[in-house]
Design a protein around this ligand. Structure first.
Ligand code: SF4
Length: 453
């Protein structure tokens, strides 16, 4: 039965252990944040969510009975929790078999999927004046760009890094949670979404690329499917999606056509760290066997506007002069657009500290300086090639005199260069923060551009 008031009401039945309770709390918080009310009785609700337990037989029975009761009393039921992930002896979904009329079934810790099912069956109200929590949550970056973390931790064990010992192995966020957060950010006015993680290409490996659901559509917990969905969502809001920390696994090739078609920014942040195979082996780098020069050439062929950003380490333990020169040759050929180079510095607890033949500090610094000198030349040429072009810029700041500072598709905030945009000539036109403008590039150095709006 439906209630007559305009605010949609959701009934909630929570069964099971404290972990299930945390899930229930998160779902209830999200419902409140989006402006839904909760109902105390079945017939006062527009829809009922049952959070189930599947631990012992008695709990399974209790959960199935609760679903049956909710179906009889209300009719519109979404099921979540442990029983939702359980199969019977024939491999069939237990809940769907006993109660085929339920609207949607998810496993535990699936706030995004549950919310997506709620949106589908009870469209979401949004009142910015009464909602308790802003729809996009709290974020620390300026309003027009935001970071979207898709996973935590890392399965690799690079010998210079201690992140896995601090944060543990890869844990991918459910795809529906990621999509929900992205949608909330776009709705709140975000114009550029920066996808981050320790290893973006590995997204979903920990959950065997499980299929999640977003707005009733199946999406695998896999980098290419997530990026495709994010690109489609961003297009609806006229926003940008930028990818960071992408290791060059073979499936990264599938992302490049999406960039060429304009669905995600033609920008790849690929931390390569070195080019010589022996150094990469000592570093224990992921995807170290890939033929990166050929890959980069093929990517640029598919997407000529592609900007490649990478970081390198000079003076890694055992690096010989010949190995270092191999790196310089690689850089001359690869012509990376945006490059950071660090002199190796031992991190406490990293296994690389125990490697033979550490490189003396002054040699590490000198090698770093040689990389940066070479890169300055490469960057300058690549930046100068942009003079005379018309480029799209997202304005980050407007100064008191009306001039602006912005970024093109080739510039990630904080780490890359900027575009200094001259105040528009026409008196009625003003630059605005968070706005896209087309600019004509008039000058360049190795890092930044100067342009007119
Ligand atoms: S440097 Fe290596 S181990 Fe550290 S987070 Fe990155 S991929 Fe994982």
């Amino acid at each position: 039965m439906s209630n007559a008031s305009s605010t949609p009401k959701v009934g909630f039945v929570s069964l099971g252990c404290p972990k299930a309770l945390v899930d229930s709390e998160q779902i209830l918080t999200q419902l409140r944040a989006e402006g839904y009310d909760t109902a105390k009785s079945y017939d006062g609700a527009d829809l009922v969510i049952v959070n189930t337990c599947g631990f012992i037989d008695a709990a399974v029975q209790e959960s199935l009975d609760a679903i049956g009761e909710a179906l009889n009393e209300n009719g519109k039921v979404i099921v979540t929790g442990c029983l939702g992930a359980k199969k019977d002896a024939d491999g069939d979904d237990i809940i769907q078999k006993v109660h085929p009329k339920v609207l949607a079934v998810t496993g535990p810790h699936a706030v995004g999927e549950v919310m997506s099912a709620v949106h589908q069956h009870l469209p979401k109200p949004h009142d910015p004046f009464t909602d308790l929590v802003p729809a996009q949550g709290v974020k620390l970056t300026p309003k027009h760009y935001a970071y979207l973390k898709i996973s935590e931790g890392c399965n690799h064990r690079c010998s210079f890094c201690i992140i896995p010992s601090m944060r543990g192995d890869l844990v991918s966020r459910p795809v529906a949670d990621v999509m929900l957060e992205a949608e909330n950010l776009f709705k709140a006015g975000v114009k550029e979404l920066l996808v981050i993680s320790q290893d973006t290409s590995a997204y979903g490996i920990d959950v065997k690329f499980r299929t999640g659901f977003w707005n009733g559509k199946p999406i695998k917990t896999h980098m290419t499917q997530l990026v495709t969905a994010l690109g489609e969502l961003a297009a609806q809001y006229g926003a940008w999606v930028r990818l960071h920390y992408v290791y060059p696994y073979p499936h990264v090739d599938e992302i490049i056509p999406l960039m060429a078609q304009g669905h995600v920014l033609p920008y790849l942040d690929v931390p390569l760290q070195h080019a010589h195979p022996d150094v990469l082996k000592r570093m224990k780098r992921p995807a170290s066997g890939e033929k990166n020069i050929e890959r980069i050439a093929a990517w640029r062929k598919m997407c000529p506007d592609l900007t490649i950003r990478s970081t390198f380490i000079a003076g890694f333990p055992g690096e010989t002069e010949a190995e270092f020169e191999y790196l310089l040759d690689f850089l001359k050929e690869a012509k990376i657009d945006r490059l950071g180079c660090f002199a190796y510095s031992p991190v406490e607890g990293a296994t690389a500290n125990a490697l033979a033949n550490p490189v003396p500090e002054e040699v590490r610094e000198e090698r770093r300086a040689r990389v940066m000198l070479l890169q300055e030349e490469i960057s300058k040429k690549r930046m100068e090639a942009k003079v005379g072009k018309t480029l799209r810029v997202l304005i980050d700041e407007v100064e008191a005199n009306g001039n602006g500072v912005g970024r093109t598709t080739a510039d990630a905030p904080e780490i890359d260069g900027v575009v200094y945009v001259k105040r528009p000539f026409e008196p009625h036109r003003q630059l605005k923060v968070g706005e896209f403008v087309e600019v004509d590039v008039t000058a360049a150095d190795a890092h930044d551009l100067w342009a007119e709006a």
